[in-house]
Ligand binder design. Structure first.
Ligand code: CP
Length: 296
């Protein structure tokens, strides 16, 4: 996505946040007469709820579809499921799926817009947008800022979407984690990788802490939970050394006491709940961009 499009979406999200989300009456007619379906084949709290709220605040009709309890359990494919949903005259589908590339595959076959709500290890674009909005709100601009992303970078769709979004808007990104969780092939003049969290945190403006996925614990060379916390956790001791204006982020859900200490989540630097609130704002902006009246 071009930097100008990213900036336009962030500007629109910021406007909708103040005009609708934080207004005494959270209702706009921007999507009145529009309908979309949340197609979620993986668990979600923040993304699914915020897409639903975003749609409802803008006046759309929103239906939530869960793989569990649907005809997927009788063997219906993702493609047929989406084709049938599209036949019900909906205007857009939001898709979360465990297979990387699933939303792109659907977009090639459907006539309506498909929004990626997280696909496998690949991308989580609206998470990237909400993280950009959260940092931009606090810092004014992303140009020249230093974002540290710490954790399981290799398997993180959030890390990929953050990386490309922040870099597109001029930020520097440092990826930190155990060696076996750092990917190859992410070369860019403003991206660097290290296994040393202390070194990465020096000079950081914002730190995005990723969930450590316990199912990775069986990977060869993977540190124990205790060792992980000691070397890569954002502990109280590490947070004490951060300047007051360093933002602490986490896309959720958190393993408190593993990748981030509970007390760090409560510190003044924490923007974790701002991220969640901004999730509604950016999803309003994305829905409005794709099916709002301004684009008829
Ligand atoms: N950040 C995020 O994607 O959270 P959910 O899995 O709860 O949607």
């Amino acid at each position: 996505m071009a930097p100008s499009t990213l900036t336009a979406l962030l500007d629109r999200a910021e406007a909708l946040k103040h005009e609708v989300l934080l207004a005494p009456v959270k209702k706009s007619a921007a999507l009145r007469g529009r309908a979309f379906v949340n197609l979620f084949f993986e668990a979600s709290t923040r993304t699914k709820t915020s897409f639903e709220l975003a749609g409802k605040y803008l006046g759309a009709d929103v239906i939530n579809f869960q793989g569990k309890g649907s005809s997927v359990e009788k063997g219906e494919t993702l493609y047929d499921t989406a084709l049938n949903i599209e036949a019900m005259a909906v205007d857009l589908v939001v898709v979360r799926h465990q297979a990387s590339g699933a939303p792109q595959h659907l977009q090639e076959h459907l006539k309506i817009p498909v929004v990626n709500a997280g696909d496998g290890f690949h991308e989580h674009p609206t998470q990237g947008l909400l993280d950009m909005l959260t940092v931009r709100e606090a810092k004014g601009s992303l140009a020249g800022l230093r974002l540290v992303i710490v954790g399981d970078i290799l398997h993180s769709r959030v890390a990929r979407s953050d990386l490309w979004g922040f870099v597109a808007l001029g930020a520097h990104v440092t990826l930190v984690g155990p060696p076996m969780l750092l990917p190859q092939g992410l070369q860019h003049e403003r991206v660097r990788m290290t296994t040393n969290l202390e070194e990465a945190l020096a000079g950081a403006d914002a730190v995005q802490v990723l969930r450590i996925q316990k199912e990775r614990q069986s990977m060869a060379g993977m540190p124990s939970v205790e060792e992980y916390r000691a070397r890569w956790g954002l502990t109280e001791a590490r947070a004490e050394k951060l300047a007051d204006d360093v933002l602490v982020l986490h896309p959720g859900p958190q393993n408190r006491g593993v990748e981030i200490d509970s007390s760090v989540m409560e510190r003044a630097q924490s923007r974790i709940l701002d991220q969640v609130q901004n999730g509604v704002a950016v999803r309003m902006a994305v829905l409005d961009w794709l099916i709002g009246g301004a684009h008829e």
